[in-house]
Design a protein around this ligand. Structure first.
Ligand code: CMC
Length: 389
């Protein structure tokens, strides 16, 4: 139809107006509700940023205390959720487990199914999600290990509690290393929102049919899992390990990435919007050395990553196409230094991105966004006779 404009991959299509996140890809600027990502990463905590994204303002001390309290009241998941875990093989990827379990929350908390519920009821679902995602994430890891689950401890802060459920034992609390908590807090902030990226757009699309907040978020988790989106953080480490095992020859892999006949890409490189640099990658790179030093970790892949970046940034192919390291390039090195297994990296991204997804969903519902229903240009058969038998 002459009325339809085609924009495959939505490279130049705005899907909404939004007050949440400002992004200037040419200048490498990222701001949430007007605050620069640099300021937020340096001065805020993850829950403060979550409050900012979801409710529009940084919380006062009283508001923050209430927000923390409201979240901590919902960290437990229904005991029957454990039975669902039993059905997964130990080899299940935690992202698949997580999205299934988030969907299962609709069964335990059907209040979320009413699209016309009042804002207090919406807040309850929001608190439940923020509270339960770390529990489900840590449990999907423990379950895969075949280890006993560690229950949430509401005396602990948001990140400390998550670390305890991941690395503590039911009988023995995780020993807090403030440097680790701080590093993780910062990383989660850097992942908290990124306007209409693939997973946030998915959350809005699912929500536009008036499906529940839980399943909208579950849709976001699934979209994030792919290697071109959040799944890249796992793929970066796998790539760096491959280069390391191959003698550290970065040039060989750069040539491979440039070869139009080879599907290999430099993982953690390139971005749909950033065409100068990714401000999040800059901050993470800076922290990478500090965190590894403070943990006493000497990781050869960090050296390879820096070398790869240096060589790629001088290469005509990457210069011409404006390809720079993105948020996923250095984050995995920190996650691994902290002790996270590689298949949990994208789960960490999901925990970080959750406030952004919630904010995007909430805004789209408040905007009464129409159901998302793009058109197409049909290129198949014209009418043909049904074959006679
Ligand atoms: N390595 C080699 N070549 C690349 C890369 C890369 N990482 N990224 C893009 N290109 C080339 C691509 O082949 C194309 O070249 P040509 O014009 O000759 O065909 C050109 O650059 C433009 O790429 P595109 O695929 O049209 O760009 P896009 O905006 O559709 O894709 C991207 C963006 C992030 C999916 C892509 O850069 C990519 O696949 N990067 C690797 C995966 C990755 O790191 N993803 C994480 C993204 S950031 C945060 C997140 O979402 O998790």
């Amino acid at each position: 139809s002459g009325l339809i404009t085609l924009d495959v991959g939505f490279k130049n299509t705005g899907s909404t107006t939004s007050d949440i996140t400002f992004l200037d890809g040419e200048k490498g600027i990222l701001r949430h509700r007007g605050y620069s990502i640099e300021d937020l990463a340096e001065k805020s905590t993850f829950l403060e940023v979550a409050h900012l994204l979801i409710y529009g303002e940084l919380p006062s001390a009283t508001e923050l205390a209430k927000f923390q309290h409201d979240i901590s009241m919902h960290t437990l998941v229904h005991e029957d959720v454990r039975k669902i875990f039993d059905g997964f093989p130990a080899t299940a990827h935690p992202m698949g487990v997580l999205s299934s379990l988030v969907t299962s929350l609709t069964a335990f908390h059907p209040e979320s199914l009413d699209p016309n519920r009042n804002s207090e009821a919406v807040d309850l679902t929001i608190h439940r999600l923020l509270a339960k995602l770390p529990t489900l994430a840590a449990w999907s890891y423990k379950n895969g290990q075949g280890h006993p689950l560690v229950y949430p401890n509401n005396k602990m802060g948001y990140i400390e509690n998550f670390m305890n459920m991941m690395f503590g034992l039911p009988t023995d609390e995780y020993e807090v290393n403030p440097a680790v908590i701080e590093a993780l807090d910062k990383l989660l902030i850097l992942h908290a929102d990124h306007e209409q990226n693939c997973s946030a757009a998915t959350v809005r699309v699912v929500g536009s049919s008036q499906a529940s907040l839980y399943v909208s978020i579950s849709g976001g988790i699934n979209a994030l899992w792919g290697g071109l989106h959040g799944g890249a953080n796992q793929k970066v480490i796998e790539m760096l390990e491959m280069i390391k095992a191959d003698g550290g020859d970065v040039k060989k892999y750069i040539d491979k990435a440039k070869d139009p006949n080879d599907p290999f890409r430099l993982m953690g490189f390139g971005h749909r919007v950033y065409k100068n640099f990714d401000p999040r990658a800059k901050i993470i790179k800076k922290h990478c050395d500090n965190v590894l030093n403070s943990l006493g970790v000497n990781d050869k892949t960090l050296e390879i990553a820096k070398h790869l970046e240096e060589v790629a940034l001088q290469d005509e192919y990457f210069i011409e196409r404006k390809l720079f390291p993105n948020v996923d390039f250095y984050s995995g090195i920190i996650y691994r230094a902290i002790g996270f297994p590689v298949d949990m990296f994208t789960v960490l991204f999901a925990i970080g991105r959750l406030p952004g997804w919630i904010a995007q969903w909430k805004e789209s519902r408040e905007q009464k966004q129409a159901i998302s229903r793009p058109r197409q240009i049909y290129t198949g058969h014209t009418l043909r006779p049904y074959p006679s038998k």
